[in-house]
Design a protein around this ligand. Structure first.
Ligand code: 5GP
Ligand code: MN
Length: 323
């Protein structure tokens, strides 16, 4: 484990960077990667934002004027890679060659399942979000090097990830430090009202049609576990992309008396993405790990390569054992 200062010093003396995050991007993934990208640009570094996945619609307002490249288009030398919000080296969303050829790999993350895969690691599972860790790092940078790098756009990106990963400051992960961070980002010009409108108040009519169908699949097990499944057919029929369905997971957890909520999303005939959420005491990262995934105590995920019905049986068996 490195302290923040080692990473600050490394960034100060290096010039070429590639920043990236995990597959199935969410607000913290994009907020943390984008804020690091913009801060490195503010420092005059040559930096590329690379991600081989699509940005969810409700977050894309952040990246509309940013050039996000695919691995295919990258052919640079003597660069280092900074991965943000990636708990697992296998989930980094760029081609392996770009990781293998990097001079250094810097791993900044808050997943409890992170195994410190970088040459430099700033991993803290107490952080509400990777954005909180990036905020700490950039604030330290400003202090130690006497430079100003958190501008309005950086602040807006960081505030987005802080909001989405804390469920609008609702989860246990939102601590005093998160509120201090929010206050300081607002002082620096974070566009709070725009973020709320774009992220939480821009759902399409089709999204609600899909949500209606999804809620009809709701099943409860042992009064403590709730499950919703969304098939590929349901998404196609309502013209909703795979990456735009994540919000439905919280409906399962938010039922009175339910401790573990589960959302199954079918990506392909035999590929099902599982989201696990818990309310107060079950460590769902352990359940996800036992199914080949990982995450946080209260929010984790994995992929099961099987039919939806078989995936339901596998997940329910593991969850009922853990509860
Ligand atoms: P979600 O259910 O929203 O996709 O993910 C919840 C949390 O678990 C996120 O922090 C996400 O990064 C993590 N996560 C989701 N799927 C996987 C997975 O397959 N492997 C690992 N290591 N983490 C995952
Ligand atoms: Mn995160």
């Amino acid at each position: 484990m490195n302290n923040i200062k080692d990473i600050v010093d490394f960034i100060e003396r290096s010039n070429y960077f590639l920043v990236t995050s995990h597959i199935n991007p969410d607000g913290d993934n994009i907020g943390s990667t984008l804020s690091m990208y913009l801060a490195l640009k503010n420092l005059g570094k040559e930096v590329y934002y690379v991600l081989d996945d699509t940005i969810p619609k409700n977050i894309s307002f952040l990246t509309d004027d940013i050039s996000i490249l695919k691995s295919d288009n990258i052919n640079i030398k003597n660069y280092s890679v900074i991965t943000l919000d990636c708990g697992d080296k296998k989930r980094i969303c760029i081609e392996d060659r770009l990781i293998e050829n990097a001079q250094k790999l810097i791993n900044i993350d808050h997943h409890i399942s992170n195994d410190f895969f970088g040459d430099y690691n700033y991993v803290d599972s107490d952080g509400s979000s990777t954005c909180e860790l990036v905020y700490n790092l950039l604030s330290q940078y400003e202090l130690v090097k006497n430079k100003s790098i958190i501008d309005e756009k950086v602040a807006t990106s960081l505030y987005t990830g802080l909001l989405t990963d804390t469920g609008n400051f609702m989860y246990q992960s939102a601590k005093e430090t998160s509120f201090d961070m929010a206050k300081n980002l607002l002082k620096k010009g974070a566009k709070k009202d725009l973020i709320i409108q774009k992220v939480f108040q821009s759902n399409s009519f089709n999204y609600y049609k899909l949500l209606g169908e999804a809620l009809n699949t709701l099943k409860v097990y042992n009064n403590k576990v709730a499950l919703i499944s969304v098939t590929k057919e349901m998404m196609e029929k309502n013209d909703i992309s795979f990456g735009d369905v994540d919000g439905i997971a919280s409906y399962t957890r938010d039922i009175e008396g339910i401790e573990v909520g589960i959302l199954l999303k079918q990506k392909d005939e035999n590929e099902v993405k599982v989201s696990l959420r818990s309310k107060s005491y079950v460590d769902v990262s352990e359940i996800a790990k036992s199914l080949g995934g990982g995450g946080h105590k209260r929010a984790s995920g994995c992929t099961i390569y099987d039919s939806v019905d078989n995936a339901i049986n596998k997940v329910i068996e593991c969850v009922l054992k853990a509860i």
